[in-house]
Write a protein that binds this ligand. Sequence first.
Ligand code: SAM
Length: 356
Amino acid sequence: MTGGHPPDVGTGPLLAYLRSQAAYCASHGSPLYGVLGGFLADDVEAGGPTADLLAAWIGPQVRPETISDDVPLLRLFGGLHRLVLARQAPELALYFPSVGGTADPAGARPVLLAALTTHERVLRQTLERPPQTNEVGRSAPLLGGLAHVAGWTGGLPVRLFEIGTSGGLNLRADRLPVGPGQLIDSPLPAVVAPPYEVVERIGGDLFPVDAETTQGRLILTSYVWPDDVRRLERLRAALAVAVDVPAQLLRIGAADLVESIELRPGMVTVLWHSVMWQYLDAAERARTLAAVAALGAQASASARFAYVRFERGPDPGADRPWRHEVRLSSWPDGVVDLLIGSAPAHGVPVDWSTVA
Ligand SMILES: C[S@@+](CC[C@H](N)C(=O)[O-])C[C@H]1O[C@@H](n2cnc3c(N)ncnc32)[C@H](O)[C@@H]1O
């Protein structure tokens, strides 16, 4: 740790970001991160250890958009949460509901700042990594899409491919507790679908996270807000399922994976994705869609192909929450881009009444 960052040199955009990110956390389910974020912003202003850690986002050369794209506060929170979950920051853990902490966050400032110094080396590494979650609430819209496919294909065995799969947890959607009153609490579409079996589960991601390892589980858990108990419960249930239901995870870009898929007779090959399309550049989107169209053109009554996606819908306008849409294409049925439902970003609950 160096001797402190001069408090008034180019900290303005970082401070504005930290305060607005903290306010966002406070109003979207994490009062804890709201309070801790305020302490960290104060510390940047005072030129304390937080300013040293976040020095890459301080200075006249740093654009405000870079800071809000990089979300350094969420990176830092992920690192701190990981230390807490790994039982390496016991004093900080007293404030984290994810490990049973109940202490009032108002008293957390000294242990928070001490943790930045004690764990500086590890935290610097975590600041290099963008936050990465795998939201299993999104298994509800994806599974609803699969129910439609099963209905149309008469329950053919399913080969499941996912791009932007993260930890591959939604590749186990058919084995997760999804449905009304379940942990992943959402209605399912009112379609008559015969039972079907998922015989292959293959996911690709530029940064796949192996949910079958302790390190992978820690990474996925650390980016869930520690006081968002419902999401943590859903995630833990899915991590347990992942141990029993294997999936193959590949380090591969979206377009490359879709271009490598071959259809098989007697089966329906399903490609799906959720909340990843926004990360593809125009060229990769075009390649991915061309590969989807090529698979559709090859599909036959025996070797079938379906494409399910849960992605952001149109801009709803000022201050209204974004809806995410469940859309479905199926070949050779001639179903193209059918809107079958919509849901909040985390996937639950799905409103299936939007069926077109
Ligand atoms: C917001 S996460 C969503 C993960 C998962 N689909 C879910 O719904 O929980 C976006 C994921 O897309 C991955 N990703 C970003 N660009 C990608 C690309 N070009 N090809 C494949 N995966 C990509 C990221 O690494 C990340 O795991």
